[in-house]
Design a binder for this molecule. Structure first.
Ligand code: PMV
Length: 328
């Protein structure tokens, strides 16, 4: 049996603007997905039950690409998650990345020779296939590489370029440049508190709402560019360990995202509640539900404040390690 794991993610800066070519930065969080895989004598199984392709389109896509196409035998997969499900924390991307690493290991790739850009590419293609072609590579790259990851339409000098990813969407080719952002040791002084609204964030709907807003009010593209500039400033602050400035950039992102109409009452309440004990707070991901994050030196107090207004919380350090084999 092979057991692998991959982290979930939070977007620190740049959601929605990344759809229009601006940079976005995500950090890997401590909450992980763990997958164990073994050859099965009883056909394809997930958590002991018969594998239903409709319920697990991501897994179906990755297994077809990496295993079934090469005549691999049926497998039994067990999946455990520390993440809130369907909350924008990248659980499907983490599953794709962990399964891809597990399949490679079963075929003989040593744990310390995992081809990370190959795993991220395969996981991204599987996500895109399962979601009908719209996924950006930020979730799958963060789950695979770990740490902090910056994705942009172009190479950004403030981060270390790793690889390009491209995808055909609606007949057009879309290219992303994937970078890692070096995190200083002092980053471990701060924590992220993740507050979950209890409702999934409808990503496709929120992306479509922003597209409608921009087509009705083209001058609002300035706000998208502002998010891009705040993201660049926030990334520099992050790599220098200037936590105060990271917090200010997060607050500014939240204000701009509110202006785009993607926040809601629950997210705003949690952000407000977290602010007195935090360096910065914002919604994370698509909005309209899902999660917010607060950067704080007092995680317990911040978590309590978020819970008092109805959020479910989770505390994490910034920049957990990426996909790995657990039982080598
Ligand atoms: O819902 P999430 O956390 O996967 O975030 C979506 C982020 C967007 O920028 C809104 C969309 C995207 O594809 O990057």
């Amino acid at each position: 049996m092979v057991t692998t794991s991959a982290p979930g993610k939070c977007i620190l800066f740049g959601e929605h603007a990344v759809v229009y070519g601006q940079p976005a930065v995500a950090v890997a969080i401590d909450a992980r997905i763990r997958v164990s895989l073994e050859v099965s004598e009883s056909g394809w199984l997930i958590d002991g039950m018969q594998f239903d392709k409709q319920r697990h389109p991501h897994l179906d896509a990755i297994l077809k690409r990496m295993w079934i196409s090469d005549g691999g035998p049926p497998l039994s997969l067990n999946i455990e998650s520390d993440l809130f499900g369907a909350a924008g924390l990248g659980s499907s991307a983490a599953i794709c990345s962990a399964v891809a690493a597990g399949l490679l290991h079963m075929r003989g790739t040593p744990a310390d020779e995992m081809p990370l850009s190959g795993i991220a590419t395969t996981a991204h293609l599987a996500e895109a296939e399962a979601q009908g072609g719209r996924a950006s590579p930020i979730d799958t790259s963060t789950a695979t590489l770990g740490g902090a990851v910056l994705v942009s339409d172009k190479k950004e000098p403030l981060a270390h370029w790793k690889y390009s990813r491209d995808l055909r969407i609606d007949g057009q080719r879309r290219t992303w440049e994937v970078h890692s952002v070096e995190l200083p040791e002092s980053i471990s002084e701060a924590s992220l508190v993740i507050g979950y609204s209890g409702r999934p964030g409808p990503t496709a709907q929120m992306v479509a709402n922003v597209a409608t807003l921009l087509s009705n009010e083209p001058e609002r593209m300035e706000d998208i560019e502002r998010i891009g500039n705040v993201t660049r400033a926030g990334t520099t602050a992050l790599s220098l360990g200037n936590l105060q400035a990271v917090g200010i950039a997060m607050n500014e992102c939240h204000r701009l995202l509110q202006g785009l109409g993607v926040s809601d009452g629950d997210l705003d309440r949690m952000v407000e509640a977290a602010l007195p004990s935090s360096l910065g707070a914002k919604l994370t991901g698509a909005g309209g539900g899902g999660c917010m994050i607060a950067l704080t030196m007092e995680p317990r107090r911040t978590a309590e404040e978020i819970e008092l207004v109805g959020g479910r919380t989770m505390v994490s350090q910034l920049g957990a390690s990426g996909v790995r084999i657990e039982n080598d």
